[in-house]
Write a protein that binds this ligand. Structure first.
Ligand code: MTE
Ligand code: MO
Length: 229
């Protein structure tokens, strides 16, 4: 076999070089695109232990002054009144220094609609124990950023493991749903489910009347009874 003429070798190498160079400047061989995958922001769960949940979107927005927009950075939850050590908790402290619980509970509004949601949050009784409940306390009054308030018996809060929720259907509470915290007042009418909670006041006045209670809605708010007194 004869030797390959040098001119053929040079032409072959040049051609290969030109092809390689044009591939590089044109972006190379077809390859996997850097796909634009956004980190999966938490998606609402709609099925839980075999049951269908409602959606965050199934609520009706009928708050007394419309949605409140609170900032997680500056938020404080005050715990005051008949407590030994008044507390001022940040959003992070609530999420990281208290035990977290989840439960599926239905909210019934006196208007006739209801929503079943998987709630996650902290037990109000753990927050109260941290502040130290003083003797004579029997009522828990909740105040919100929109001037709304409501109250519930201390026994109910403790015995029923009532939660202050920061998460619904595994999604952080949106502003419209009460960010950062909504009370999950199970078996009580929707008006007891105070949103945008900013202060918990421990009291010895079971007769304290919140916003809707002052308008004639029942003090207990028990869903087994009528919503009017
Ligand atoms: N701060 C505050 N919390 C509130 C209210 C309100 O007006 N302000 N409305 C209550 C009523 S009447 C109901 S039925 C529930 C319903 O929650 P939603 O407004 O997210 O649907 O929120 C309750 N919590
Ligand atoms: Mo309501």
């Amino acid at each position: 076999m004869g030797r390959i003429p040098p001119v053929i070798i040079i032409v072959t190498l040049l051609t290969a070089g030109i092809i390689a160079f044009s591939l590089v400047i044109s972006g190379g061989l077809p390859q996997r695109q850097d796909r634009n995958i956004s980190p999966l922001t938490r998606v609402e769960v709609r099925d839980y232990e075999g049951a269908r949940l409602s959606s965050i979107a199934d609520f009706r927005e009928n708050s007394i002054r419309g949605p409140q927009y609170l900032s997680a950075e500056t938020y404080r939850l005050e715990i005051s009144g008949l407590v030994r050590n008044p507390r001022s908790l940040s959003y992070d402290e609530i999420l990281t220094t208290f035990p977290q619980f989840e439960k599926k509970v239905t909210l019934f509004c006196v208007e006739g609609w209801d929503v079943t949601i998987l709630w996650e949050g902290v037990r109000v009784k753990d927050l109260l124990a941290d502040a130290g409940i003083a003797p004579g306390a029997n009522t828990v009054i909740f105040h919100a950023a929109d001037g709304y308030s409501t109250s519930l018996p201390l026994d109910y809060i403790e015995e029923r493991d009532i939660l202050l929720a920061h998460t619904m259907n595994r999604v952080r509470l949106p502003a419209e749903r009460g960010f950062p915290l909504q009370l999950v007042a199970e078996d009580r009418w929707g008006y007891k489910w105070i949103k945008w909670v900013t202060r918990i006041q421990i009291s010895d006045e079971p007769s304290y009347q919140g916003y809707w209670e002052q308008q004639g809605f029942s003090q207990s708010g028990d869903i087994r009874t009528s919503s009017f007194t």
